[in-house]
Design a protein around this ligand. Structure first.
Ligand code: HSE
Length: 384
């Protein structure tokens, strides 16, 4: 196996290190030499002996000896060009590029199939936690009914900090940013877009449909206040940014939204920058994947595993039917805070100072919205 790695940033260099450190064991397992032939980056850098440095990705694409291209530059422009060119040359591709797969997966999979090449992207969701392969391969005996979880570590870190250190959203965001946790475009994390990319990828694999991730109703955490967290806590809940997807009779229910979760629920206890994915299916019932969703070696671990997978597995089909039947999941219990008493159907009521807090019974959002007309409220979904 001869590999070209394009993008030698945090994750890319981690891949170089793991492949170098684990070379002997990996080669023994797959029964073939594992050679990094090229490392490609715009910044000149020292690479371990034997790896050719290049600033031009075409050196890798044009080299017939390279059978596996690893794309780790991110973004949806040049990364797409690189991946398509590599696949058209019949090279297998491994990427961590969640935005690109969520945007252009369908086109990429078609080119891969046409050229009998493999494309793997386990690192795009949940960092090193295996979740894409379980959704597609390991649970194939089952009909997957629902996938939900915490797919964005940055927002989970911010929500955890707000709760444990009694901070406002802005204060917690400043700390997360200082630690380098927040994406260059902060909106990707804070507005639930990153989580939408990831739940799209999981839903595509679990339910065998492709859809434009922009159809996913994504709400981020900007409206979650410390006050709401305190009230949620008084009622036995925590607020987490939950991405969920489930099979409906007429399509796929899928959304990303801040959600109250009972404190005894495992998902409510996934804190800091950790991720969790819970898959519900008919035979295995519930299975939970928990771990670190970002970081150099964490993500590189999934990339290296995918590189190895290109060696031994037959090409899996990515033949997804296009669908427009994509809906937000609006039938839910809701947390409602209002500075006036409300005439709504509820399960739990609590009041403090001027605030009236309700946990409603299950209700269609449009119906609740109608009942709340004229009132100023803060409103979140409640899980379960
Ligand atoms: N910004 C992402 C997160 C990085 O916080 O989960 C890993 O995909």
């Amino acid at each position: 196996m001869k590999i070209g790695i394009i993008g030698l940033g945090t994750v890319g260099y981690g891949v170089v290190e793991i492949l170098t450190e684990q070379k002997e064991r990996l080669e023994k397992t797959i029964g073939e030499e594992v050679v990094i032939k090229y490392g490609c980056s715009l910044d000149d850098m020292d690479l371990p002996e034997g790896i050719i440095y290049t600033a031009d990705y075409k050196d890798i694409i044009n080299d017939d000896e390279v059978d596996t291209v690893v794309e780790l530059i991110g973004g949806t422009t040049i990364a797409k060009t690189i991946i398509l060119e590599a696949l058209k040359r019949g090279k297998n591709v491994v990427t961590a590029n969640k935005a690109l797969i969520a945007h252009d997966g369908q086109e990429i999979f078609k080119v891969a199939a046409l050229n009998n090449a493999k494309i793997y992207y386990e690192a795009a969701v949940g960092g090193g936690i295996p979740v894409v392969a379980p959704a597609k391969e390991n649970l194939i005996a089952n009909e997957i009914k629902k996938i939900e979880g915490i797919l964005n570590g940055t927002t989970n870190f911010i929500l955890t900090l707000m709760e444990t250190d009694n901070l406002d959203f802005d204060e917690a965001l400043t700390i997360a940013d200082g630690l380098g946790f927040v994406e260059a475009d902060a909106s990707l994390d804070l507005d639930g877009i990153d989580a939408a990319h990831k739940i799209q990828i999981l839903a595509m694999n679990a339910f065998e449909v492709f859809f434009d991730y922009k159809k996913i109703q994504a709400t981020g955490i900007r409206k979650v206040t410390k006050l709401d967290m305190d009230y949620a806590k008084a009622l036995g809940y925590r607020i987490k940014l939950i991405a969920q997807a489930k099979k409906l009779e007429n399509g796929i229910g899928i959304d990303v939204s801040p959600t109250l979760i009972g404190t005894k629920d495992i998902v409510a206890n996934v804190n800091q920058a950790y991720n969790v994915v819970e898959i519900s299916c008919n035979y295995l019932e519930n299975v939970i994947f928990y771990g670190k969703g970002a970081g150099r070696y964490v993500t590189a671990s999934a990339v290296v595993s995918d590189i190895m997978k290109t060696h031994e597995q037959a090409v899996w089909s990515h033949d997804y039917n296009e669908t427009d039947a994509i809906y937000p999941i609006t039938f839910s219990r809701y947390y409602v805070r209002c500075d006036q008493p409300l005439d709504i159907d509820y399960d739990t009521y609590y009041s403090q100072g001027k605030d009236h807090i309700y946990i409603t019974n299950e209700i269609e959002y449009s119906e609740l919205e109608e009942q709340l007309k004229g009132y100023t409220t803060n409103l979140f979904k409640v899980r379960g």
